[in-house]
Design a protein around this ligand. Structure first.
Ligand code: MN
Length: 202
């Protein structure tokens, strides 16, 4: 299958003032598109891997032929991670989780605020480029983690339901070195409806 860049479910300027239009445009149309292009190029000569769904490829990285393994982990991860990132933000976002997801967060972290603290800390302390994650395991238990580069929690048997890109390209134009300010602003656009859907899906 040929991988394609998903359209954003909102305009490039829709997340202003929290995430600026220029950052969104470059991030989606250049960075994400770049991962998609390089992934397709890497898979071109390996039809067996190419026909698998991306999530399945990333869950079993040891099955990727060695000569393209790291490239597929990097570019396939880049495609997967950004696709989730765009969908879990919304101009109507912010606030807090509700329903079953809220209950699960409270059960795991003690309170919604404590969860936010733990997630923000994972995002702020990820050294260099990477991502912060909220994931569920096969029994529905939640966990917060961070990964380097474009690595995903899929390879650890987890299913990510919310992620935050802390590569400098995600915030540097507007926030420069102030990653914590970007993290605080991002909470204002989190699409909790979408995260709840990701949580309840099998
Ligand atoms: Mn990015």
């Amino acid at each position: 299958m040929t991988h394609t860049l998903p359209s954003l479910p909102y305009d490039y300027n829709a997340l202003e003032p929290h995430i600026d239009v220029k950052t969104m445009e470059i991030h989606h149309s250049k960075h994400h598109q770049g991962y998609v292009n390089k992934l397709n190029a890497a898979l071109k000569n390996d039809p067996e891997t190419a026909e698998k769904p991306l999530e399945e490829i990333l869950r079993n990285p040891q099955e990727i032929p060695e000569n393209i393994r790291q490239t597929v982990i990097n570019t396939g991860g880049g495609h997967y991670n950004h696709s989730l990132f765009w969908k879990t933000m919304s101009p109507d976002g912010g606030g807090m989780a509700s329903g079953e997801l809220e209950e699960a967060l409270i059960k795991k972290f003690g309170s919604f605020e404590k969860f936010k603290e733990e997630f923000s800390n994972a995002a702020a302390t990820q050294f260099g480029s990477g991502w912060a994650w909220l994931s569920k395991d096969s029994s529905g238990e939640l966990s917060v983690s961070s990964t380097s580069n474009q690595d995903t929690p899929l390879s650890k048997g987890l299913t990510p339901i919310l992620c935050l890109d802390v590569w400098e390209h995600a915030y540097y134009l507007h926030y420069q070195n102030r990653r914590p300010d970007f993290i605080s602003a991002w909470w204002e656009v989190v699409n909790w409806e979408e995260v709840a859907k990701n949580y309840s899906e099998q």
